[in-house]
Every structure is written in C-alpha cells, then in structure tokens.
Design a protein around this ligand. Structure first.
Ligand code: MF3
Ligand code: CO
Ligand code: CO
Length: 275
C-alpha cells in the first residue's frame, strides 16, 4: 500500500519517506515556470552542440542561462556534484560529467538540466546528434523518444506506474533494445528526488496508483545491447557494461484530472527527433 498526502506549496519542502505528494495549483504553476526554463535551456543549446565543442562549454551555457533567469542549477553542489548539467555521450547511460573533452562527429549526447525556480525543479533531458550520426544510433534515439512518449500516454489517473513501465519496456524490447534498471524516474517538486520511484520496466497494473496532483519524471534509458551498467571511478558516470550505445529522454509531468501536463515541453518543438 502506498501512502499519499495532499500538500501545500509550503509543505512540499518536506521529505516524508515513501509518502507520495499530491500537489495543488500552486505547485503546478511553480513546475510550469521551472519546466519552461529547463526546456528553453535545452532549446538554446541546439546550435552549440556541434563537433569540437567541449562539454564544459555546454555546462557554462547552462549555468549562465539558469542564473540569468533567476534560477539555480539543482545539480550544482548536489551530493558533491560540481556541474550544472549532465552530458552523457554514446555508451554513457547517464550522469556524464562535463569536462574538456570535445564532442566528435557522429556522437550522440544526452544533456540533462534541472533549473530551480522559486524552489521548484524542472528536470528534463534530450538527445542531441553531433554532426553526421550513423543510422543505427539515430534509430536508437528515435525509439527512445517514442518510449518516453508512450510512457507519458499512460500517465493518467487510475493507471499505475507499472502501466508506464510496461509501455516503455514493450516498445524498447520490440526493437530488440534493452531497458536500464539501475536508474529510475522520480517524484519531484520542491524536492529534486522524491517518492514515487518511476521504474521503466514492469508489468501493467502494478506499482503505485496514479492520482491527480502527483508530479514526477519519466526518463527511460535504452541500450542497443545488454541492460547492465556500471559506475566509473569518478563515482558518477554510468556506462553500459558491454559499451553499447545508450540513449535517454526525460520530461517532468503532473497528473491532472484526465491525463497529464508536460511541464518541460519545448516551446520551439525541438524536443523530438528527427531534429
Ligand atoms: N537530472 C538527473 C535526473 O534526472 C539527476 C542528476 S544528479 C547529478 O534525476 F548530480 F548527477 F547531476
Ligand atoms: Co530526473
Ligand atoms: Co534529469
């Protein structure tokens, strides 16, 4: 049995282990503003994600845009993380750390940002194609985007987290890809990572029931090869064990009376491949 609690915007700061928060209109308004900035940052990065740019240069743009808009990057100082975004290239599943490494023609890279505005977190990521990308990699990126959107279609009152998970898993495995199990989507709001845990593989009709007011991310990580990952010595970078390519898309959403609202949709329509 999962517990739920209707919370005011003030109470949304509290961590209540395992309890799923049901946010009100103030929370949705806060998430709309944070989500919009997050999507605008990812839109603004498009012309910069080209061969020769370093992932640190991308991080600098993310930090400056966030601060200029009156926000703070949630990842800066988060559990010892010292950057404003994650940049996960090719076989990196997630949490790639920006560095002096240059992007190369043919790379695929996920950029994941989480600006905080008025205490609310807008968490979103997309894949970017660097120069000329092989068809095999492009196809992975397209199918991963489809996985996210098929998951979002299941995000409505009366469904369960397992319905989202099942939609994602069946689509990925139908293309002979695999779903990463070590990392999940998560509740968020005034907390960066909150209940519930949003798994990306599972059975229909299982897991927490979705109710209006829930706010969480869906962020499937899909591999061409096996699902298994490992974290490198730096303590953050998660890579596929078999070094196969991995892709990810993430949106922050809120459950409404009849479906869901996507807080991090691109104002310019740049969040979906082909670009
Ligand atoms: N934005 C990531 C997520 O989707 C979390 C990154 S935490 C960091 O949940 F410290 F690695 F940046
Ligand atoms: Co997230
Ligand atoms: Co994220």
């Amino acid at each position: 049995m999962n517990q739920y609690a209707v919370v005011t915007a003030e109470e949304a700061y509290q961590s209540r282990d395992g309890v799923i928060k049901l946010h009100g209109e103030e929370g949705f308004a806060g998430m709309r503003a944070a989500g919009r900035l997050a999507a605008e940052i990812l839109d603004a990065l498009v012309p910069h994600v080209v061969p020769g740019v370093t992932t640190q240069e991308i991080d600098d743009i993310v930090r400056e845009m966030t601060i200029r808009a009156g926000g703070v990057p949630a990842t800066l100082g988060y559990r010892g993380y010292t950057h404003s975004c994650c940049t996960s290239i090719n076989h990196v599943i997630c949490h790639g750390i920006p560095s002096d490494k240059k992007l190369r023609d043919g790379d695929i890279v996920n950029i994941d940002v989480t600006p905080i505005i008025d205490g609310w977190h807008g968490d979103t990521s997309r894949m970017y194609l660097v120069g000329d990308v092989p068809v095999k990699a492009k196809r992975l990126v397209e199918v991963t985007y489809e996985c996210l959107m098929l998951g979002i279609e299941q995000a409505k009152p009366g469904n369960r987290i397992g319905d989202i998970a099942h939609a994602i898993q069946s689509h990925a495995e139908g293309h002979r890809y695999s779903v990463v199990r070590e990392f999940c989507g998560h509740g968020l709001g005034r907390l960066f990572h909150d209940a519930p845990e949003v798994v990306h593989a599972g059975k229909p009709g299982t897991g927490p029931l979705l109710k209006p007011g829930m706010i969480f991310t869906i962020e499937p990580m899909i591999n061409i090869g096996k699902p298994h990952g490992k974290v490198l010595e730096d303590g953050w970078t998660a890579v596929t064990r078999d070094r196969s390519l991995s892709a990810q898309f993430e949106h922050s959403i809120g459950i409404t009376e009849d479906g869901c609202e996507i807080f991090t949709a691109s104002p310019k329509g740049l969040d979906k491949p082909p670009y």
